[in-house]
Design a protein around this ligand. Structure first.
Ligand code: HEC
Length: 141
């Protein structure tokens, strides 16, 4: 009796696990945090920090190191956007990859302590933001 009950519970859990796996594969219900949270926590602050080089250059070794950390966060945010359940299609993935690539260019420029190259990478970063928003941002005023 008890064993049968355990088997029943086991198969219900198994069915639920399967159902959620199918939902993720079908792109229903993003895993973890949503896109707005990722924008606000992982995309906007690091990109602002990188654009900020145009207003004030990093003035210490620690400032360069902190700036590099921002490039890392932005690069990995791009990858987080392509996760199953978050990705909204091929264009979405392309703009996310473009953002990651531009963040990696920024990191290389930071390693070279080359402000102009950081700003150049910043141009590519902005292009990835506007490129994706043009297609996917809901325009409701
Ligand atoms: C791959 C697509 C994509 C990329 C790349 C992208 N965004 Fe977004 N962003 C979105 C979507 C979609 C939303 C709206 C949220 C939603 O529909 O779930 C959004 C929303 C936002 C918001 C509004 C957040 C809020 O609290 O309402 C800001 C600000 C933002 N993005 C800034 C940026 C910046 C800056 C970049 C580039 C550094 C960027 N985004 C790159 C897709 C993208």
């Amino acid at each position: 009796m008890r064993r049968a009950a355990r088997r029943l519970v086991g198969s219900v859990v198994g069915a639920l696990t399967c159902a959620s796996a199918v939902a993720v594969l079908a792109g229903e219900g993003a895993p973890g945090f949503g896109v707005t949270d990722i924008m606000d926590a992982m995309v906007v602050p690091p990109s602002d920090a990188l654009f900020g080089v145009g207003r004030a250059e990093p003035d210490s070794e620690q400032a360069w190191i902190s700036l590099r950390h921002q490039a890392v966060i932005l690069g990995e945010a791009g990858r987080a956007l392509t996760a199953p359940g978050r990705s909204r299609g091929a264009d979405w993935d392309a703009w996310s990859v473009a953002m990651s690539d531009a963040a990696e260019s920024a990191a290389r420029a930071i390693d070279a302590r080359d402000v102009d190259a950081v700003l150049f990478a910043g141009g590519d970063i902005i292009e990835s933001c506007t490129g994706c928003h043009r297609v996917y941002l809901p325009l409701d005023g």
